[in-house]
Design a protein around this ligand. Structure first.
Ligand SMILES: [Zn+2]
Ligand SMILES: [Zn+2]
Length: 158
């Protein structure tokens, strides 16, 4: 129950922030945009625009692909989501405020992505910034490789 109310609080905060963002830049707070935000907030892991397009295409609001792409760009500018990777030539996103700081490990064959939550690694990255006199703003730090399933599949090939 505590968890639920926390989530609801986060959702309200995100909706408020997005509305304010849109008004500040003279954009319209449309039902379509808010519906896309609702879908994004319901995402638990990594997602791309096409997933949202599929989820919402049969809804009564008639949300177009262009609207989804435009709204995701706005949500990113508003810091509600962030880009993760485009290994499959499609940007994948995740919610920006979610959980602990983490990096990503990606499979170059199938595009699988896994969160790497490692406090020692995060500490080391923070040290690198500090020892060079930098303040961390934005960064992308990915580990690339071949996942277990893809590796097994390669072995089975003649
Ligand atoms: Zn793979
Ligand atoms: Zn992630």
């Amino acid at each position: 129950v505590v968890r639920d109310s926390k989530r609801t609080g986060m959702t309200l905060q995100a909706r408020y922030r997005f509305r304010r963002f849109l008004r500040n830049r003279g954009g319209n707070v449309t039902a379509q945009r808010m519906r896309i935000l609702r879908n994004v907030l319901a995402q638990t892991g990594h997602f791309d625009a096409e997933q949202i397009v599929q989820d919402l295409k049969n809804g009564r609001l008639g949300i177009s692909r262009a609207t989804v792409y435009r709204t995701l760009a706005e949500l990113e500018q508003c810091n509600l989501i962030r880009k993760v990777d485009n290994i499959s030539r499609r940007w994948r996103y995740e919610r920006a405020a979610d959980g602990v700081r983490h990096e990503h490990i990606l499979c170059v064959k199938c595009g699988k992505i896994i969160d790497v939550c490692d406090t020692i690694l995060e500490q080391r990255i923070a040290d690198v910034f500090r020892s060079n006199g930098f303040e961390s703003s934005n960064r992308a730090f990915h580990f690339f490789g071949i996942c277990k399933q893809c590796k097994a599949g390669m072995k089975n090939q003649p």
